[in-house]
Design a protein around this ligand. Structure first.
Ligand code: SAH
Length: 374
């Protein structure tokens, strides 16, 4: 089968994605990697965008079965960074050559809308960074307030398009709470550049579900999609998964499956910003990042959380650079980028078509996106 799947729809597209997810032949796969790399070069070029992450709080009210900072884990110390620490860290991120700061946290309702707005305002005053928020499922009026204060982007992964699997790993906050598809629509309407993504190899995610996840994510019309392997954390209900015998049809949570998903996404959404995730570098520390970048990705998200806090933000174990200083991490990243003949971009890396798309489609975000039909 040709690696060019852009023209396919419906059952043909589904079949083609399944074919690649099940593919083990090295020569066939080389064709998939080459197509993804070529599409990446033609549509987003050789620049690599650095988005510096600050994990501003590990407090969380949710009980996500996959996540190490879920509310049921009483073995970690909880923290919230001060506004001064966050702003100082954002300045370091700008000096290091990143165009974007990503403020990430658990779903922490002690982070008040006003405090977040003040933090955004302060970062905007002191730097020229794009500000991305990744604070979980917050309320429409909060999202509006932050957008009006100057936040540029919001990151909220759908994790999987399968409603049954999603509810199992991500117990809902309440009956009235909106689902992530609705929030993504709100974000688009508010004019955020919107990022989403899936986890790869979640227990119970079959190849068929993963196929649907890829198609759903590609059809979401988001500006960025980050997809990394599920990594079991010992203090979660999914602990021990790595040693368990997997049922037939279960999608792998391995590096190869991750490369395939991201290569397929690049081919299906040529202009999308696609990060090579920290989760991938964690399971494939030697060359995961470089291979991710050579198989479709164009974004890296280095972690700038100050060390004592970073150790407490353990959503999954063994995060790359867990004990390294930010200077070490950046040095390694820049070396990797240069070794594969690419360069670190000097601008913010806004989605290529973002302004154009908003201009041509002012109703953007009003489309219907929801869980895949079962
Ligand atoms: N509270 C925010 C930020 C969560 S952490 C939110 O829910 O959006 C960001 C991402 O890390 C999650 O969306 C999920 O895709 C990923 N993640 C969490 N636990 C993981 C695990 N055990 N393995 C791999 N990825 C994980």
């Amino acid at each position: 089968m040709n690696a060019d799947i852009q023209q396919l729809h419906g059952s043909e597209l589904r079949e083609a994605i399944r074919y690649w997810l099940l593919q083990t032949d090295v020569r066939q796969l080389a064709a998939l990697w080459a197509t993804a790399d070529q599409v990446r070069r033609e549509h987003v070029g050789d620049a690599i965008y650095l988005r510096g992450i600050i994990e501003i709080s590990n407090r969380c009210i949710r009980r996500c079965a996959y996540c190490g900072i879920n509310a049921s884990n009483h073995r970690i110390s909880r923290y919230t960074m001060t506004m001064d620490e966050i702003v100082e860290c954002a300045c370091t991120i700008e000096k290091a050559g990143c165009g974007t700061v990503v403020l990430q946290s658990g779903e922490d309702w002690t982070l008040t809308p006003l405090w977040i707005a003040d933090t955004i305002r302060e970062i905007k005053k002191r730097t020229s960074l794009a500000v991305t928020l990744s604070l979980g499922e917050r309320l429409p009026e909060e999202l509006r307030q932050w957008r009006e204060t100057g936040a540029d982007r919001y990151l909220l992964k759908i994790e999987t398009s399968d409603k049954v699997l999603y509810d199992r790993i991500h117990p809902p906050r309440g009956k009235e709470a909106p689902n992530r598809f609705e929030i993504l629509n709100q974000l688009r309407r508010l004019g955020y550049e919107t990022g989403s993504g899936i986890m790869i190899g979640i227990p119970g995610q079959t190849i068929d579900i993963l196929t649907e996840d890829i198609i759903t994510l590609a059809g979401l019309d988001v500006d960025m999609a980050g997809s990394g392997p599920f990594i079991a954390h010992r203090h979660t209900p999914l602990a021990g998964y790595d040693d368990a015998i997997k049922p037939d049809g279960q999608a792998g949570n391995d590096a190869l499956t991750t490369y395939k998903v991201n290569a397929l996404l690049r081919i299906l959404c040529p202009q999308m910003n696609l990060p090579t995730t920290t989760a991938l570098s964690t399971i494939s520390a030697r060359n995961g990042r470089a291979l991710g970048l050579q198989r479709g990705a164009n974004v890296i998200m280095p972690n700038f959380t100050p060390l004592p806090y970073r150790q407490c933000y353990e959503i999954y174990p063994r995060q790359t650079g867990g004990n390294n200083s930010k200077e070490d991490i950046l040095h390694v990243i820049k070396k990797t980028v240069h070794s594969i003949g690419r360069y670190v971009a000097s601008n913010r890396g806004d989605f290529v078509q973002y302004q154009l798309r908003r201009h041509n489609n002012p109703k953007r975000g009003e489309g219907v996106h929801d869980y895949a039909a079962v």
